[in-house]
Design a protein around this ligand. Structure first.
Ligand code: CP3
Length: 341
């Protein structure tokens, strides 16, 4: 049996008896239990109902035996509390894009207790129900939130967002500052309600040149992390497309860096040094393959880590809806079974 605090110990680069694992988007459509709850409510209704949100948060802990739970919500939920109406189809669609000074000024920085009480109530329920399994809270990184706000929906290249960033840099920084201030309050409220780690999702950071990431994004991420009343709560920063940004991300103040699968874990550890933990980085599509392939991929990642403390196993991005649950269970068992080196 592994010790219960394996995940939190690994976040702090402390030794653990086996590699802890959780999975991005672990509560989601690949799980029949999730689809059953979801068939009776919209996604946003689920997010806003603390009993249902807590229920689906717990599903992967019970079904898969993962070593951490992540709050069921979405990175865009607090954006709605800033005054922009939101729908999911299934990706986020905003009532109107935020592209002008007036639209940015109209965004409010919400009082979290007042506008997002359901998130805090979900956390309180989960802390009562999760015995020994740590709970991760999260927010979207300011750049990823800005991508959706300026574009009004998902996009392949977020051209409207980049257009504002490059042509009206001061205005773009005003938007980023507002999103950062909101995120500091949002994560601090989650920490106060009881989350034991937080993850910042910069899902679109990798679409920027390193020089632009340094100029437009890193100062805000650093302020976000500095603004947290952490009291020992580790901060995980996940940047999709982090490969060319690792030297910048290293100095963000995060304790753990989430890696996608386009960068080798060994190389990332070399660049980040021994004091920063890493999380990742299996290609989610490997879970669509036979178990022999899954096991080989897990072995390769554990070997790349080389037995160093400070590795949390995860996918390099969210799990795909077509993933067989049996393969996910096999992944969790395999990571726990293989004690590398
Ligand atoms: O990881 C978890 O289990 C916790 C819950 C969680 C969700 N979204 C639930 C969700 C978390 C942490 C997120 C984060 C999120 N949301 C990100 C960052 C991580 C990433 O994937 O890059 C982003 C970019 C979003 C925005 C978003 N929400 C998109 C693009 C989509 C549609 C894509 C898809 O998977 O369909 C969503 C919808 C969403 N968020 C679903 C879930 C379970 C599917 C909703 C449904 O049931 O219809």
């Amino acid at each position: 049996m592994k010790e219960p605090p394996g995940f939190l110990a690994a976040c702090r680069c402390l030794p653990v008896t086996s590699t802890p694992i959780w999975i991005m988007r672990q509560a989601g459509r690949y799980l029949p239990e999730y689809r059953a709850v979801r068939s009776r409510a919209t996604f946003l209704e689920l997010c806003k109902n603390p009993e249902l949100a807590a229920n689906v948060t717990l599903q992967p802990v019970k079904v898969l035996g993962v070593d951490a739970a992540i709050l069921f919500s979405d990175i865009l939920v607090p954006v709605e509390a800033m005054g922009v109406k939101l729908d999911f189809t299934p990706g986020p669609v905003l009532e109107r894009p935020v592209r002008s000074r007036q639209a940015i000024d109209a965004l409010t920085i919400p009082d979290i207790e007042e506008k997002l009480p359901f998130v805090l109530e979900t956390i309180r329920i989960l802390r009562r129900e999760l015995t020994g399994t740590p709970l991760i809270g999260f927010c979207g990184a300011p750049f990823t939130l800005a991508c959706y706000l300026v574009e009004g929906q998902g996009s392949r290249n977020f051209a409207a967002c980049k257009k504002m960033m490059f042509s009206e840099p001061k205005l773009f920084h005003v938007l980023m500052e507002k999103l950062t201030t909101m995120s500091i309050r949002y994560l601090n409220a989650q920490i106060q309600a009881g989350v034991e780690a937080v993850q910042i999702f910069d899902s679109w950071g990798g679409i920027l040149a390193p020089a632009d990431y340094r100029e437009f994004v890193i100062p805000h991420i650093r302020r976000l992390i500095r603004g947290l009343d952490r009291g020992g709560v580790p901060v995980i920063l996940f940047v999709k497309g982090c490969g060319g940004l690792l030297d910048l991300i290293r100095d963000s103040g995060a304790d753990v860096i989430g890696l996608d699968w386009m960068v080798s874990l060994a190389w990332a550890r070399y660049l980040l040094g021994p004091k920063i933990a890493v999380q990742g980085n299996l290609d989610p599509a490997v879970l669509l393959a036979p178990k022999s392939r899954i096991e080989a991929a897990v072995r390769r990642i554990l070997e790349e880590n080389g037995g160093r403390p400070g590795h949390i196993f995860n996918l390099g991005h969210g799990i795909l809806p077509s993933t067989p649950v049996d393969n996910v269970r096999f992944l969790v068992e395999t990571v726990h079974r293989l004690n590398c080196c």
